[in-house]
Design a protein around this ligand. Sequence first.
Ligand SMILES: Nc1ncnc2c1ncn2[C@@H]1O[C@H](COP(=O)(O)OP(=O)(O)O)[C@@H](O)[C@H]1O
Ligand SMILES: [Mg+2]
Length: 401
Amino acid sequence: MKKISLTQKKENEFKYAIGIMTGTSMDGVDVLLVKIKGTGVKTRYNEEIFVSLDIPAEMASKMRAIISEKRAGLEDICVLNYEISNLYHDSILRLCEMYSFDKKNIDFIAISGQTFFHVPGRATLQLGDGAYLSGLAGIPVVWNFRATDIAASGQGAPLVPYLDHVLFSKLKKNVLPLNIGGISNITYIPSDGDFNKIIAFDCGPGNMIIDRLVMEYSAGAAAYDKDSRIAESANFSETIFKFMLSHPYLEKAPPKSTGREDFGDHYVRSLMTFGRERGISLADMIRTATEFTAYCVAEAVKKWVLPKCRDNDPENGEMIMPCAGGGAKNPMILEKISKMLFPHKVSVVRSEDIGVSSASKEALLIAVLGNETLYLKPSNVPSATGAKNPVITGTVSIPFS
Ligand SMILES: Nc1ncnc2c1ncn2[C@@H]1O[C@H](COP(=O)(O)OP(=O)(O)O)[C@@H](O)[C@H]1O
Ligand SMILES: [Mg+2]
């Protein structure tokens, strides 16, 4: 095959990349400026600047309404697709201005897009048009990271196991990186670093249920349960917990992925109706949702991970679980997971404890996937997504200037 090059810089030369992540929490635009070279396990990077910028309130509430109502006019979708790119562009300009960084030095931008709908294994919709953004910025943009995996019969999710492989396979330990965003997802990286043995899937809700309940509890004044203060002050409700346990997602075997379709507004509204009819306070629901979030992670590990990876394990079953994402700042979630998994030799730590920033991890993921795509390297993890084969994940848009 004729060798084509999508960037003028060589693979082993440092490049400045921007990775942009907007997750299901819609709490902000995470923008990472990272110096990156090499690919795969030879990737070397240095995080230069990380900022999480607010999404303008009007835009955030418009997006939330569309996602929770599962309804939008074609014009809304059409306009949002470009507005999200404008937001990304503004965010890059803000970062450059705040840190006096010359935009001309950016070699490429990689964007997650904002997920609006995800039908596992069939279709997925992230808004934010990369071609338009590349034209605005005058910089190549890598985007649309899920479609080729779905074409290969994968779920198109999760994307993070590739980064986990890059970051943690060299540790020669059993690592169970956990990300707690709106949804929580887990990866198992075996101590021998074998790519084909990776297990990864969405465990269930992350902060999604808690955030929505807190919004109701505070009449819109708070967006999340800071440091799990509300949960700490309330009581666990067995009745609410039982309601939550009956969610069919928990019994599904991986590969599996989830989102607002399963645990979003619609679900929380039915939960609140159920709780109110039984006189259960919102604070107790928040407490119980916090424990449920932790339970989903611990149960998923016990049910779908440990039985598959303990045979012939040279580490004698010891595992380390580095936690990232906003939910890693919720002390009760971490404490409960830790308690449930301690008897199974899993030690829960913050991602920072093993040298990976938890706030910027997903933006780093997007930059790493963009980098792989530029050098035509596959970066899905078929054992995690269920895809039939490895694929190059991103779409590259190169502007004319
Ligand atoms: N100090 C904190 N205490 C409790 N929860 C927190 C704290 N900081 C952030 N969070 C939670 O993290 C969420 C954002 O996590 P993030 O990883 O950005 O998710 P996403 O990838 O879905 O955007 C917030 O919505 C909130 O629920
Ligand atoms: Mg976020």
